[in-house]
Design a protein around this ligand. Structure first.
Ligand code: 5AD
Ligand code: SF4
Length: 451
């Protein structure tokens, strides 16, 4: 079998896309995925354009592959993902040795592009947006553990002023309900117990049903339908936007026990002035009201978020408001970034008088507070009983097992390999900076919820 290596940058959606590419090329092009780039016949780079740093990585990685291509002209190099979508054929101006350029919406055409490359002996570029066609062309996913991602929608139509996603991934597009449920059932049949519904803006999900005249199904109903599938005992979703976070979704948190006690809901800033400049479409109060409503039905909910610091025009007061919000809502482990100017986005034109040093200092301060809250939440978990899904062996110690709590913490504990893929109960004994240690209390918890 010829060998395939995929280097992935960026978000969970890219990680998931890479897995689907590997499935597709194994089935249709006889390519076997390997871990060492040096031994590959086909090298793919799945790229991210969200910040400048991620984008620059692409060209430095291609620079490292260039001599390999010179030494072995039959080596195939392909570039996909958001940088490919943004730069298209221009990728080949900076890296003329690239054979294939494909976008997030054309990755399913890779087998054909590889065939055309072989027969036409010229580079192939396709970064178009052929809508839902992609999903119909991808094989049934192979489960690699007891937890799996299922794409329910792609793209974003919100156009926050700093963000490239609506341009690189296209507008919101939902998969039909039946397709999502078929995929979840196929994964459940392979032993998957936890489903993470994936999309750039999942609460904008509006899935078609078989009845074209019927109202579309929203995320709340989709969650209920997924929860009804035998074997699915945990449901997460990533990522959502505060605006479309509906009462119906809050109701789903109230009465779907499989929905985890955890929510990642990006707020970006704690200043109304900055939220308006970002064109987020909500205020700090709107956000807090939703979280308060949610905490009424889920008092133990853990909340995480994304933050951007140093947005053009962000004053010391604006930043102080972000810190105040972090104290008020006590966010758990979150992602925070320095604002990065992205070409062709509205914010790229905004005057920006905050120095990079100041931005770095703000980021450090924010991360320090976020980390403080995350460690506090971890410490509070010591002595509690947690239900965890055992995903495999611990990364650093093959004699230990690793699983995840509802609030996404990795837990390492001593146990036998037959527990992998099952839910168990553990008592947390120690909180480390990036994981927890625990003792097994109840070996296997059976599928109590779906029975
Ligand atoms: N600069 C910095 N961070 C950004 N994000 C999106 N665009 C930018 C940008 N131009 C962050 C947001 C988003 C996360 C995925 O990446 O916080 O929620
Ligand atoms: Fe980007 Fe805003 Fe859409 Fe999130 S909601 S992907 S930040 S445009």
């Amino acid at each position: 079998m010829r060998k395939l290596y995929i280097q992935t940058y960026g978000c969970q959606m890219n990680v998931h896309d890479s897995a689907r590419i590997a499935d597709l090329l194994r089935e249709t092009a006889g390519l076997e995925l390997i871990e060492t780039a040096e031994d590959a016949d086909v090298l793919l780079l799945n790229t991210c354009a969200i910040r400048e740093k991620a984008q620059e990585k692409v060209y430095s990685q291609l620079g490292r592959w260039r001599p390999w291509k010179l030494a072995r002209p039959d080596l195939i190099i392909g570039v996909g993902g958001c940088v490919a979508s943004q730069d298209g054929a221009a990728i080949r101006e900076r890296a003329p040795f690239v054979d294939i350029v494909f976008g997030p919406q054309t990755l399913h055409r890779l087998p054909q592009m590889l065939r055309d490359l072989a027969s036409e002996k010229r580079p192939q570029v396709d970064v178009s947006f052929p809508k839902i066609e992609k999903f119909d062309c991808l094989p049934t996913p192979r489960a690699s553990s007891a937890t799996a991602f299922v794409t329910v929608m792609e793209g974003c139509s919100r156009f926050c002023t700093y963000c490239v996603v609506p341009y690189t991934r296209g507008r919101e597009l939902s998969r039909p309900v039946a397709d999502v449920l078929t995929e979840v059932s196929a994964l459940a049949a392979q032993g998957v117990r936890e489903i993470n519904l994936l999309g750039q803006n999942v609460n904008a999900y509006r899935g078609r049903t078989a009845d074209a005249a019927a109202e579309r199904v929203d995320l709340a109903d989709l969650i209920r339908a997924v929860a009804a599938i035998a074997g699915i005992e945990r449901i997460r979703f990533t990522t959502s936007h505060p605006m479309a976070f509906s009462e119906r979704l809050i109701d789903a948190f109230a009465d779907v026990p499989q929905l985890v006690d955890f929510l990642h809901l990006p707020v970006q800033s704690g200043s109304d002035r900055i939220l308006a400049a970002m064109r987020r479409g909500h205020t700090v109060a709107d956000y807090c009201t939703k979280i308060e409503r949610l905490r009424q039905v889920r008092p133990h909910l853990t909340l995480s978020s994304d933050f951007i610091v140093g947005f053009p025009g962000e004053t010391a007061d604006d930043f102080a408001a972000t810190l105040a919000l972090v104290e008020r809502l006590e966010f758990d482990h979150s992602y925070s970034f320095i604002y990065s100017r992205r070409p062709n986005t509205p914010a790229a034109e905004y005057p920006d008088d905050v120095t990079l040093n100041e931005k770095k200092a703000r980021l450090e301060q924010l991360q320090h507070r976020l980390n403080h809250h995350a460690q506090r939440i971890s410490r509070h978990m010591i002595g509690t009983t947690q239900r965890i899904l055992v995903e495999g062996h611990a990364r650093k110690d093959m004699n230990q097992l690793a699983g995840r709590t509802e609030n996404n913490r990795v837990v390492n504990f001593t146990g036998t390999p037959d527990l992998i893929g099952n839910f168990v109960e553990v008592t947390i004994t120690e909180a480390l900076p990036n994981s927890l240690r625990a003792q097994l209390t109840s070996p296997v918890i059976t599928a109590s919820i779906s029975e």
